[in-house]
Design a protein around this ligand. Structure first.
Ligand code: MN
Length: 321
């Protein structure tokens, strides 16, 4: 799964499709959580992950917590992978006050990286050498994804290393002032996903896709009903009030395009936001969906972040109607 995720991320980065959010998050909570998570992995090698957070850092900043976690996870799993048994990995957060940035350092006492290899360690598919790949595994994409993510977040990534002594990977990220009340954030334990409300109609014939979508909707605490095709969708829509429709394209009995055209001509339901969920991500498809009366579309396989962004956008508008 990790390898597939790496490759999916990499292909998105390659086409610059990856969206970075700026949402308040609790810095020390985020890093403590990562330390606890990776300490479990590290146990196998009797490693200790030492966390050191600069007291001068603000409690909150704005950013894409998931992507920050992704970068730190990558650096920590590398550090654990390359550390000798019974040693330490250090995870350190430093406040760069004059630059208004935070710097994260992940250090190990592992095999180190030779100077000649350091310069292209952030390039895709580069590992120390092919025997490293055999011994330690991985896609060789982690560091290049981390570099791209840091740059997308207006940060920088780098490394210092000495052969036989160990390596320190670091990245910096700008700090942003968080204006809202801190206790408001603290009470909102599930973070950004607590804010969306709505009743969703999932129109999808494929059972696996039904399961995937509804798992995500459960995570966002949204209520939903499943329709197996366009005909079922029309029937359900006339009997119950929904705030949004997620519409598959290819379905038996009545496909998503036909169903959308009928919804748009039917009083009481004609204004409902409809998001096409489709495996057809070819250029020109978007225009086809919009022309049929859909508001937006997202590609399969569904990216949870993208779905969430889409739901935020269309569910927060619902009061206007
Ligand atoms: Mn289908």
């Amino acid at each position: 799964l990790k390898i597939i995720n790496d490759i999916l991320d990499f292909s998105k980065l390659d086409t610059k499709k990856l969206l970075i959010e700026k949402i308040p998050y609790d810095i020390s909570k985020t890093f403590k959580h990562l330390q606890e998570l990776f300490q479990l992995n590290a146990q196998e090698k009797s490693l200790e992950i030492l966390l050191d957070i600069d007291k001068n850092l603000p409690a909150y900043t704005l950013g894409d917590k998931i992507r920050v976690e992704q970068v730190v996870s990558n650096l920590l799993s590398n550090a654990i992978k390359f550390s000798p048994n019974n040693s330490n990995v250090s995870l350190k957060l430093i406040h760069l006050k004059s630059e208004n940035k935070m710097k994260c350092e992940v250090s190990d006492f592992g095999i180190g990286i030779s100077q000649s290899k350091l310069q292209d360690i952030f390039n895709p598919f580069t590992q120390e050498d092919s025997s490293t790949t055999r011994k330690f595994g991985g896609t060789g994409l982690g560091l290049s994804i981390s570099k791209e993510l840091c740059e997308l977040m207006d940060g920088e990534i780098g490394v210092n290393s000495t052969l036989g002594e160990g390596s320190t990977f670091y990245f910096t990220l700008p700090l942003y002032q968080v204006d809202c009340q801190l206790d408001e954030l603290q009470n909102n334990t599930s973070g950004k996903i607590a804010n969306i409300r709505g009743n969703i109609l999932v129109v999808e014939d494929n059972k696996t896709n039904q399961l995937l979508v509804t798992m995500l909707l459960d995570e966002y605490h949204l209520s939903y009903t499943i329709a197996n095709d366009g005909l079922e969708a029309l029937e359900i829509l006339t009997n119950e009030k929904f705030d949004l429709v997620l519409m598959d394209e290819n379905m038996p009995n009545m496909n998503g395009i036909e169903a959308t055209k009928i919804i748009r001509k039917t009083d009481l339901i004609k204004d409902i936001p409809i998001i096409a969920v489709t495996a057809n991500a070819l250029s020109g498809d978007k225009e086809r969906f919009i022309k049929a009366g859909m508001d937006a579309y997202i590609a399969k396989p569904i990216d949870s972040q993208e779905l969430h962004n889409m739901l935020c956008k269309y569910l927060s508008n619902k009061k206007r109607t």
